[in-house]
Write a protein that binds this ligand. Sequence first.
Ligand SMILES: Cc1ncc(COP(=O)(O)O)c(C=O)c1O
Length: 348
Amino acid sequence: MDNFNLDSLVRPNIRKLKAYSSARGEFQGNGDKMMLLDANESPFENGLNRYPDPQHRGLRARLSEIKNISEENILLGNGSDELISLFFNAFCQPREDNVIVLPPTFGMYEVQANISDIELKKVNLSEDFQPKVDAILEASNANTKMLFICSPNNPTGNSIEIQKIEELLSQFKGLVVIDEAYIDFSNQPSWLQRLKEFPNLIIIQTLSKAYGLAGIRLGMCYASKEIIEVLNRIKLPYNINSLTQKKALSKLENLPLIQEKIGRLLEGREFVMDQLLKMDCITKVYPSDANFILVQFDDADTRYKELIAKGIVVRNRSTQSGCSSTLRLTIGTREENIVLIKALKELI
Ligand SMILES: Cc1ncc(COP(=O)(O)O)c(C=O)c1O
């Protein structure tokens, strides 16, 4: 993108803001050899008596190694949810700016826009759940700060075409946030390796899905050094607690185990998909690059209630645009998938 000017996208008050300088943020020495009397912590060691590293250096170093991205291009958040909230705080002036989302999509972008009092422009995906590039560009104006693209998309499960994203990255005047929460289940490559090409690109990923750590709340943001610097200015100093940092690091030590779990979920997805295609109460099964499948039923509301009565909770997505009478089914363990299929067969 030519003439990209990050400063013009940053909220005026944030442009001038200086980050809170915490004790552990300033301190760069060798912690083992120093006596720490700077942060009014308890001196009695119990493994958690010290504040966590606000820069998450260990975790960022490991992610840098795994993802082949420089540490200065990485920022961590309390789940992707916190990262999305940071983007609004950094770039969107309440009651002045707007952002674009592409329904049907992940609901948190809209929730955050509402919390931040930011206008939300909706440009629906096409019937095959791809972005309408011209309509998106037409909907944007000088106050459009961000465009959210979810790929693979929740709740539809499909990946967004590379060429469409390329067009948007080069023509959209604001920041393009690509949410790759489900990228580990997709055959499409992540946009990470193309970060250098696009100064307006922000990628978010999470440990909540393929890595099996939704409970620790760890989201990753990858962007230019300049964007990361702005976000660092506004993030709370100790946003990732010590237990989360420790658990994430230990999980990231054993990548083959994570791959093995992803493989099992992909097998499960194939099994569930095959079975769904044979059922009479189902009118459409959407292809999936994620760990869930969007399914159109003859009567989703009724089927939803029937599944609940059988002790199975799925997500009714029928009110989402382009998703009438659909349920979103998460892939479970082999046993759970078998129980789900059996329950669905009993509905017929
Ligand atoms: C597309 C998408 N992005 C982000 C998230 C949330 O991620 P996190 O758990 O890191 O906040 C979800 C959760 O369902 C999601 O579907």
